[in-house]
Design a protein around this ligand. Structure first.
Ligand code: OGA
Ligand code: NI
Length: 232
């Protein structure tokens, strides 16, 4: 089992949203950064999404990998566009830089290697969602941190589309002792500028059926060395 080492909780600046996020990640397995990017950046990202979408540069997302790969819209209905590894667009670069600052803090806090990151735009059509799942493929635990940046202006609860984080089970729960006891799951609305982060190997999650188009950037970070051999 992957063990997440407890972080160093001293020296927090209470005004620093990253400090709150680290503390929450450590205790509850997830955390939120309310205004991770400004409204102008949200607009630039949405403009790029609409442009790419209209040029047919989104593809139906699948589940599984290799021979297990399948497109199953009833399980996962988003359409995605991967950021180019070497040549991200200027606005993608701007966001990658923001993510990198945060990832360096998470890496130093938990002492986990986050040397590699993947990024993609995701668009869920109305009626779409993603059933309960983990973000690592079977037998693989390279992804350690999941971060999702939401881009939906004026989103309300009645529009659905929440990120639903389920209570971890067994030994995983022991690593996130403060997951609210009375709750089986927690819902996080996909509000513009909001970043949700969770510990990938421990947290099952879903996207609740959305009533409108729902846009986000999903990023996974970890190490290609594989988690089994990490000094955790
Ligand atoms: C995913 C995922 C959550 C979200 O893409 O694997 O779970 O809130 N996304 O978009
Ligand atoms: Ni996921």
């Amino acid at each position: 089992m992957l063990k997440i080492k407890n972080g160093d909780s001293r020296n927090y600046d209470p005004e620093d949203p990253t400090g709150d996020l680290l503390r929450s990640l450590e205790r509850r397995g997830y955390g939120i950064y309310p205004d991770f990017v400004d409204p102008t950046t949200v607009d630039e990202l949405l403009f790029e999404i609409f442009t790419l979408y209209s040029k047919d540069e989104f593809q139906q997302a699948g589940v599984g990998v290799g021979r297990d790969y399948m497109v199953l819209p009833e399980v996962r209905s988003d359409r995605i566009h991967w950021f180019h590894r070497e040549f991200p667009s200027p606005v993608q670069k701007k966001v990658i830089n923001e993510f990198q600052v945060l990832k360096d803090r998470i890496r130093d806090h938990f002492r986990i290697p986050l040397s590699e990151s993947e990024y993609f735009y995701a668009a869920y059509p109305p009626g779409g969602g993603y059933r309960k799942h983990y973000d690592n493929f079977k037998g693989d635990s390279r992804r350690l941190i999941t971060s999702v940046l939401y881009l939906n202006k004026g989103w309300t609860e009645s529009m659905g589309g929440a990120l639903r984080i389920f209570r971890p089970v067994g030994e995983d729960l022991a690593q996130v002792p403060d997951f609210p006891r009375e709750k089986e799951f927690l819902d996080i609305l996909p509000l513009a500028g909001r970043l949700a982060v969770f510990l990938t190997p421990l947290m099952p999650h879903a996207v609740v059926e959305s009533r409108d188009w729902r846009y986000s950037i999903v990023s996974w970070s970890g190490s290609s060395r594989g988690a089994e051999r990490l000094p955790l």
